[in-house]
Structure formats: C-alpha cells, structure tokens
Design a protein around this ligand. Structure first.
Ligand code: ADP
Ligand code: MG
Length: 237
C-alpha cells in the first residue's frame, strides 16, 4: 500500500535549514498496525504528514497505492488525500463552530457525496462510535474522549485506505486514552491499516510493530507480542 525509499525532508527558512527526515525506508501493507516512537523533534510528525499528503518530501520516492507521490501535482495529491487518508490529531482538530454532525459530515462534502447518502453515513458511524446522542452538540460540550471519537468518526467516514494518527491519546487521560486505543484496535481487527505516532509504550503495545526513530532516521523496529490473534485468543478463553 505504501512504499517509501530513501525519503528525505529539509525545511528551509532564510536563516536555517533543518534536516527533518534522512533517507527513510518504510513499507506498509494493507492491514498493518504500526506505531512510531522517538524523541520530540525526531521527525515523526513530518513523516506522518508526508505519508498523509499534507507535506512533501524533498528527495526520494514515495509510492501510495502504486502511484508515485514525489513530484505529483498538488491538485492530484489533494484528491488522493480526500479519498484515501484519514487523519487523527493529538488536539482533535475539530471545528468548534460546527456541530458534531457537521464535523463528521465535512469530508463527505469535500468528496461530493450526495446529501441523503451523507446523512445515512454520518448516522451509521455515529452509532458505531456511540455518538448517536451527541450529533447536535458542539465540540466544546463534549469530553476529550468524546471529541477524539468525533475526530475518529470524521477520519473514518470516507472509508479511507489508511488511518494516520499523530499522538491520538496525547491530550487524553488514561481512561479516555484507553477508549481511543480500544477503538483503534477494534478498527484494526476489522481490517483497517493504521500508522500511529505515540510517546506511550502502552499504546504502542496495541500495534503489531513499533518503529523507533532518531534524528530523522529509523533506528530499528520491534515486533510487538500483543497482536490481533493474541487479543482474539484472550477474548475466547
Ligand atoms: P516530532 O513529531 O518527532 O516531534 P517533527 O516532525 O515535528 O518532530 O519535527 C522534526 C524536525 O523538523 C524538528 O527539528 C522541527 O523543528 C522541524 N520542523 C517541523 N516542521 C517544520 C516547519 N514547518 N518548518 C521548519 N522546521 C520544521
Ligand atoms: Mg510530532
């Protein structure tokens, strides 16, 4: 699904140049659940933003769904992003002036989905994420955990090929954080492909594989003991 080779990213301002990514190689297959860890400033968000087509690499190759992204026109990238990428952010990034319903519906409007179909899909996903009774509320009226569930609903509403989550539990207490991790684990068990940045070893343990970054490079990776099979076994026993 994703094949990255020798990807580098340099941020240039008039005074400084920052090498944020340095010859990254990464492959993500359909159904993977991968976490990314590493110290602040090591390039995790930059990597996620490039994969999510919010930013561009300066060098190297990035293939998403068998299309080369580096050098692609911004319009084409935007179209791919709207169709295939679901983003979840640490600070939720909801629009405070819009109701929960309108926040979740937004990506469908961007994708020109007809209004009756939009209504059906918003209501279905809201039920699935236990937000059915919150659709007329505004983000500020919800708990942090509920706000992140709205953000997850908004990320999922277009049935994206890949879900990118940048410290999704970073602003949540442990109870709400666990709820979000259970939600992501559940999505993964149902076939979702997830790439998640986290500072939490516990959150990373829900993923199949953890990638460790330092200074813009991937240092090493580790297979995690807890994966979908283990969870299923635990439930059956
Ligand atoms: P992380 O998410 O791991 O904390 P980032 O990807 O946000 O790290 O940042 C990697 C490096 O790139 C840091 O040195 C950061 O200061 C720099 N950086 C990130 N975004 C920008 C930007 N828009 N302009 C200039 N430098 C940036
Ligand atoms: Mg970051």
């Amino acid at each position: 699904m994703i094949n990255i080779k020798n990807l580098s990213k340099v941020f240039r301002t008039e005074e400084v140049q920052t090498a944020a990514l340095n010859a990254i190689a990464l492959q993500i297959n359909e159904g993977d659940f991968i976490s990314v860890m590493g110290p602040s400033g090591c390039g995790k968000s930059t990597l996620l933003n490039i994969i999510g087509l919010l930013d561009s690499g300066t060098e190297g190759s990035y293939q998403l769904l068998e299309q080369e992204i580096i050098g692609m026109k911004e319009n084409d990238k935007a179209r791919l992003r709207k169709q295939h990428i679901g983003f979840i952010f640490q600070n939720f990034n909801l629009i405070d002036e819009l109701s929960v319903y309108d926040n979740i519906e937004l990506p469908l409007i961007y994708n020109n989905v007809a209004s009756a179909e939009r209504k059906k899909r918003v209501e279905t996903i809201a039920e699935r994420l236990s937000l059915g009774h919150r659709l007329k509320h505004y983000p500020q009226q919800l708990s942090g955990g509920q706000q992140q569930r709205v953000a997850v609903a908004r990320a999922l509403i277009t049935n994206p090929k890949i879900i990118l989550a940048d410290e999704p539990t970073g602003n949540l207490d442990s109870k709400n954080g666990n709820e979000v991790m259970e939600l992501l684990t559940d999505l993964h068990a149902n076939g979702a492909t997830i790439l998640m940045v986290t500072h939490s070893d516990y959150d990373a343990s829900f993923s199949q594989k953890t990638i460790y970054m330092k200074d813009g490079a991937i240092l090493n990776e580790k297979q995690n003991a807890r994966n979908v099979d283990v969870l299923v076994d635990a439930k059956e026993n």
